[in-house]
Structure formats: C-alpha cells, structure tokens
Design a binder for this molecule. Structure first.
Ligand code: SF4
Ligand code: SF4
Length: 475
C-alpha cells in the first residue's frame, strides 16, 4: 500500500460532505492512529500517525468533520469524508491496522538501502563545554578507507539507495578524505544506478565558500551546524581547542553560503539553556536579518544536558521536561519571527522517530574501523558491534548487533497498542531500552499537542509541514 501525503495544502479545507448513497454500504471507521488536539484559538488540528497526514479543521466544517472522526460513516462517502479516507483518518471496517504496522516495520527492515555514518576523523578543532567525545582517534586510517570503498563495491549492486552522513570529530578537518571516499562511493552508485545522498554534521568553522563548493560536488547537500545563541553566549559554550571564540567565523561562513546559488539546506541547531532562552529574541532577530526569505536555512532547538563529557556539572543545563517543552516553544517563537523551524514533522512521519541505530543497514564507521550503531555512546562496549576490515568485510559481533536492531516494540504490549507506534516502533532510542529496559518514548509523542501545533504553525507560515527525507539525530 502506498500512502500519498500532500503537504502543500490545508488538508481538510475546501471540500464538502455529500450524503451517503444507500447503494454502497461500505463502512468506514476512525483509524486507531488518529490524534486531534486544539490550539490556543480553539482550532482542531488532526494527525494520523500511520499516513503522516496533518491538517486543521476550519471552524465552519467542525460540525461535519468531528462526528466523522468520532464515528466514521457508511455508504459511498464523498466530500470531507472522502478526504478523511484518502488521508487515512477513516479506514474500511475490518482493516487490521496492527498487522499493517507490523508489516510497515518489516518493510523498513528489509529495504534495500545502506546508511553509513562516516567519521573521517575523530579529532575536533573545538572543545565545546558539553561535548561527550574523547578525541582519542585522529584521521581515518588508509586501511579503513579501503575497507569503506570495498564494502560499497560489494554491497552497492544489491542496493536501491545509499545514504552517507559525515560525522566526527569535525569532518571538515579531513576534507581530502571526504572527497576521496565520496568520489569512490558516488562512482560505485552511478555504475549500478543506485541513488546516493549525503549530509554532514559540522561545527561550520571550515565551511567557507571553497569547501562548500567541494562538498556540493560530493553530493553533500544537507548540513547541520550549531549556533548556541547570541555571539557571547555561543562563544562561552563553543570554544576552539586552544581557546578562542568561534561565532564570527561560523556566522561569516553562513553569510557567504547564502550568496551561493545552489541547492542545499543548512539546519542551524541551537543548544539552549535558560540563559539562551532569555536572549532568544535578539538572537532570532540577528538570524532573521541575514537569512529571511531563504528557505534553504532553518533552525531547531535542543536543550543542553550533561551528555557524559569531562565538564558535566560545570555548566547550566535544562531539566528534562521543561527543556523538552521549551524546544517546541522556542520553535514557535522562531516561526513567529519569520524563521523556518520545521524539524518536528520529520519525527511525526511513519518511521520518522526510529533511530538509525535500530536500522539493520545503518552503521557508524569510526576512524580506526570500529563499527558502532549509536553516535552518542561511543565508549559503551555494547555499541562496539564489530570491525571493518580492509577487504570490506564487516566482522560483526552478532549478539551486540542484535541488541540494537531488536530492542523495539516486538515484545512490548504497551508499544504495540501505542498511537505513536508507526513513527516510533518502540525504537526512538535503542540505547535507553538496552541500558534501562525502559520505553524510549520521544518528546514528539509525549508532547503531541505541542508537536502538532508547532508543525501546523510552520505550515501556515511557510507552506510546508517540514522537511521530508531528512534524517537528523535527536541528540
Ligand atoms: S537516539 Fe539513542 S540510540 Fe539513537 S543515536 Fe541517540 S542515543 Fe544513540
Ligand atoms: S516507545 Fe513509547 S512512543 Fe514509542 S511505540 Fe513505545 S510507547 Fe509508543
């Protein structure tokens, strides 16, 4: 079953309900994956987590649509009811939705794609106060680079798509390795008609015009760059390895990127604490002054936490729940100030909240050839699932590997009956389930009302629910 999701229209506006014909008595019932919430104005926003459809009910249509969402309808339905059927809010009576979600997971797990998270170096030119990395390994060794190329040569003929995420350390410290591996992987994919895409998490310090052009030639078209608020706030958190400010250089690079007339997207990540929130408005005004109207730029927010680094406890962090709440409120503030903040919807789409660590065909390849599943717990023994050999063979510890790809909803009856199961599948963070045995419910589910209001406000302001096809780390 393929699901069409039209994002560019107000999903429920502009249609009318036609009385059912007695000739056709097929019954439609509400999907178990429907959610409806009211925003501050009283408008209903509706969401179906199986199809990923999001829409708002116009006031004048409430009397027609709300009963349909409660009770379904009979006969040959048209108008509003037809729209509800097309978007998955109403389903044919007898549809086994639970089994369809199980099938959805099976299809994800057997998809012919490969996702490699490559660390061309584990060294970094920054020493951010909250960083959890150890910088123990430098540039990727020649034997590992050969292993990556051979791995691709062996697997690409069996694939439909390959995605690469450049990660580090700071990947742009080793631009030559990024180019060398990109060209090899792209050529393998071209030879076999396999689609190739790439993104990069970078601190942005070396993302000057020359490097940006080289990266675009390497098909790296999506970037995540962090700015932690106004210059003085950012510079207190994100400092050079030997000490020194970083905001001006990154900001200069963003301004230059704006002048380059090519297709790419830059997602500005804002790690925030209470101080950042107090200065949010001037920071957003600064961003707006340079980036307004350029839809290649967007921003999203993450609360600063004690992430396991050497400085934990020595800087201001957000408590978990207020921090998660502020994530959505900060996005709404940005949208009101004319800045796209569309990174909530990708987590609401089918499979959207499943962490890449749960994907059987996703691997992190460290600079020394160690294979990991999770990009956060790099020193955790369970996360060291194997080793990439120079001939491209993956020497896997099957028990450790299995931990990551099977710690999901399979044996969890609460997950199996959860309204958010299609996006999450119990796998929003396998690390949490492995370490604590607890369900890793993501903030987009726990705060579904805020998620939907933020998503809808972004749609109203910018005509898009959110970026599709983007995989970003929640961390
Ligand atoms: S969501 Fe959890 S498992 Fe996935 S990368 Fe983050 S910490 Fe690791
Ligand atoms: S982990 Fe939480 S959100 Fe995810 S499927 Fe299970 S109960 Fe639902």
């Amino acid at each position: 079953m393929s699901i069409a999701i039209k994002e560019k229209e107000s999903l429920l506006e502009g249609a009318s309900l036609v009385a059912p014909s007695s000739a056709n008595r097929v019954s439609h019932i509400p999907s178990r994956y429907n959610v409806k919430v009211q925003d501050e104005s009283g408008q209903w926003i509706v969401y179906n987590s199986f199809s990923g459809a999001v829409g708002a009910i116009p006031k004048e249509k409430e009397a027609e649509i709300l009963p349909l969402l409660e009770d379904g309808g009979q006969g040959s339905l048209s108008g509003e009811a037809k729209t509800l059927i097309e978007r998955g809010f109403l389903i044919k009576q007898g549809t086994d939705e639970l089994r369809r979600v199980a099938l959805m997971k099976q299809r994800r797990q057997s998809a012919k794609d490969l996702h490699l998270i490559l660390m061309p170096t584990e060294e970094c030119n920054f020493r951010c106060v909250y960083c959890y990395e150890s910088f123990a390994r430098g540039a990727m060794k020649p034997g590992v680079r050969q292993g990556v190329k051979n791995l691709a040569a062996r697997l690409v003929p069996k694939l439909e798509a390959m995605g690469v995420s450049w990660f580090g350390g700071e990947p742009l410290r080793e631009m030559g390795i990024v180019e060398e591996l990109s060209m090899s992987l792209i050529n393998s994919c071209r030879e076999h008609g396999v689609s190739y895409s790439a993104n990069m998490t970078t601190n942005g310090y070396y993302l000057n015009a020359e490097n940006l052009r080289k990266l675009l030639a390497c098909e790296v078209r999506s970037f995540q760059i962090t700015l932690d608020g106004c210059p003085e706030q950012h510079d207190a958190m994100r400092v050079l390895k030997g000490g020194g400010a970083t905001f001006d250089r990154i900001w200069g690079n963003l301004k230059v990127a704006r002048q380059i007339q090519e297709r790419f997207s830059i997602k500005i990540r804002v790690n925030f604490n209470q101080q950042t929130l107090e200065q949010l408005s001037p920071f957003l005004s600064l961003l707006h002054s340079e980036l307004k109207g350029d839809e290649r730029f967007s921003l999203f927010f993450r609360p600063v936490g004690n992430w396991g680094g050497a400085n934990d406890g020595n800087f201001q962090v957000c408590d978990k729940k207020p921090g998660e709440e502020s994530t959505f409120e900060a996005s709404r503030t940005a949208i009101r100030q004319g800045l796209r903040s569309d990174m909530v919807y990708p987590f609401l789409r089918p499979h959207g909240s499943v962490c890449y660590a749960a994907n059987p065909k996703s691997f992190v390849i460290g600079a020394d050839g160690t294979l990991y599943k999770c990009t956060v717990a790099l020193e955790n023994e369970n996360n060291k699932v194997g080793c990439l050999l120079p001939d491209g063979t993956m020497d896997l510890n099957q028990d450790r590997y299995a931990l990551w790809v099977t710690s999901d909803d399979s044996d969890d009856p609460v997950c199996q009956s959860c309204f958010f199961r299609p996006p999450c599948q119990g796998s929003a963070c396998p690390l949490v389930r492995i370490e604590s045995g607890k369900r890793p419910c993501p903030p987009e589910k726990k705060m579904i009302k805020k998620s939907l209001i933020t998503t809808w406000e972004n749609f109203k302001a910018f005509g898009k629910l959110g970026e599709v096809g983007t995989r970003i780390s929640r961390d």
